[in-house]
Design a protein around this ligand. Structure first.
Ligand SMILES: [Zn+2]
Length: 169
């Protein structure tokens, strides 16, 4: 028969185990309000491993990707100040190859969605007042990488990005 002390020890060990699990899966802290997880300063969270995006930017994502498609048709590089985006070069090459093989621009861009989101990350990282944190979440299926972007006023940044994309395209 077990005595009470032994049972307490077991529970303590379980608590410790749970804490360890939480430590593996953490979310970054907002640089503006210092909260963890979602807050009003989150601009976008990119699932780098999965090639996904969530957050306020989602409402504008189709419009933004359409503008990037417009760039691919007209420009070899992004206009200043983003001429250095290597993601854009890769995206342009991949999309051009798909189109040469007979795909429509829309299909070619869909097939390279993760790369297109990489271009968008380059654009965000060039904006003043935008900061970002890289983090990982361990799940049974593997380790998933994320990038979360913050701004004091996410809507203003979204408006600036739309402005940049539409004025150059
Ligand atoms: Zn915040």
């Amino acid at each position: 028969m077990r005595n009470i002390d032994e049972i307490d020890d077991e529970e303590f060990e379980n608590d410790e185990y749970d804490e360890e699990m939480n430590d593996v899966s953490y979310e970054p802290e907002c640089p503006v309000c210092h909260s963890e997880g979602d807050c009003e300063h989150v601009l976008a969270t990119f699932g780098v491993t999965e090639g996904t995006v969530s957050g306020p930017i989602c409402k504008h994502i189709d419009e933004m990707l359409n503008s990037i498609a417009g760039f691919i048709l007209k420009h070899e590089t992004f206009p200043p100040p983003l001429v250095e985006s290597s993601s854009y070069g890769e995206l342009r090459e991949a999309v051009t190859a798909s189109r040469d093989a007979g795909d429509s621009l829309g299909d070619a861009l869909d097939a390279e969605y993760g790369l297109a989101l990489g271009v968008l990350r380059d654009i965000l990282e060039d904006r003043e007042g935008v900061s970002w944190e890289e983090y990982e979440i361990d799940e049974s299926s593997g380790t998933w990488g994320y990038m979360r972007y913050y701004a004091a006023d996410p809507n203003q940044v979204i408006a600036e990005v739309n402005q940049y994309l539409s004025s150059n395209c």
